[in-house]
Design a protein. Structure first.
Length: 303
């Protein structure tokens, strides 16, 4: 019975929260069993996402609306939630009005697969793993830097940037009253060859990408140099390179096929905290390679 319900939720988009069986485990507001996210988990999800006043949130499977309502009331943010359960949508809008944030927190009876999520600065989710895989391609296509927070379930092989387990008193499912909170930042697509001119000659940076994880090589004047601390967070890239003039740290913002930022030179024998000699640098992508964002499991179809 449970397996059938999971398949139904994944392929038909019917469930906006993980399914549980029995009235003792879940509140049922009509058509769909609903698992309520404890308020302490909501608070932690918003904290990890670093919600700010100018953020626009979208909650897929919004239930009683507490995620968007809390963001609006506590942080002054705006956003909306969607749910297929009409009773829950009515309840959420009523709760927003009671909280005095109905102008910033709105809820719609809508299929999450038909919902435009492109305006989101932050996306919050409490869905089944199979449904997460179905929506993942759309999430990875969002603007780089979009933040994503999920309750309990991940996105296949896409590793979270932050993952923690916390106490969740009052959680209606599970034996240990625990919840997982996972956080991602949508990465820019940076795989390919990047070139720029520097004081030591032409630079060539070759990058391979698997989700937000990067590997690469750097050549300066045709000579391979060691690089480390290669990292990608949204549209920001950083790495360090051991050049003849000393250790350099590069950081920049990716904009389609260009990177613009600055580099900092570390003096001989200096620690990483005593950088100097900051100068601008910019690179152009001359060869484009596709990052690996596709690891859908057999039998799961992205919509």
């Amino acid at each position: 019975m449970y397996a059938w319900l999971v398949r139904l939720g994944a392929y038909c988009g019917l469930f906006t929260a993980p399914v549980v069986l029995g009235a003792a485990l879940a509140q049922d507001y009509g058509d769909t069993p609903y698992v309520q996210t404890p308020q302490v988990v909501v608070d932690k999800m918003l904290e990890i996402a670093k919600i700010a006043k100018n953020d626009y949130l979208i909650d897929l499977g919004s239930g009683d609306g507490r995620m968007i309502i809390t963001a609006a009331k506590r942080y002054g943010a705006r956003g909306f939630g969607v749910d297929l359960n009409k009773s829950l949508v009515t309840l959420a809008n009523r709760n927003a009005a009671k909280a005095g944030v109905a102008n910033r927190a709105v809820f719609y009876e809508r299929d999450l697969h038909e919902t435009d999520i492109t305006k989101a600065d932050v996306l919050t989710i409490y869905l089944l793993p199979e449904v997460n895989l179905m929506v993942r391609p759309r999430i990875l296509a969002l603007k780089p830097g979009t933040r994503l927070v999920s309750h309990d379930y991940g996105f296949g092989e896409w590793p979270p940037d932050i993952e923690l387990t916390m106490d969740a008193p009052g959680k209606p499912v599970g034996r240990d009253q625990k919840s997982k909170v996972m956080y991602w930042v949508v990465p820019a697509r940076v795989a390919g060859k990047w070139v720029w001119q520097g004081p030591a000659g032409p630079y060539e940076l070759q990058l391979e990408q698997v989700f937000q994880k990067l590997t690469g090589t750097l050549s300066v004047g045709g000579k391979r140099v060691a690089i480390d601390k290669l990292a990608l967070t949204g549209e920001r890239i950083t790495f360090e390179a051991a050049l003849d003039q000393g250790q350099h740290e590069f950081s920049g913002k990716i904009m389609n096929n260009s990177i613009a930022g600055d580099s900092r030179k570390f003096g001989a024998g200096a620690s990483a905290g005593t950088a100097s000699g900051r100068q601008a640098w910019s690179a152009t992508r001359t060869e484009l390679r596709e990052p690996r964002f596709t690891d859908l499991k057999p039998g799961i179809t992205a919509r």
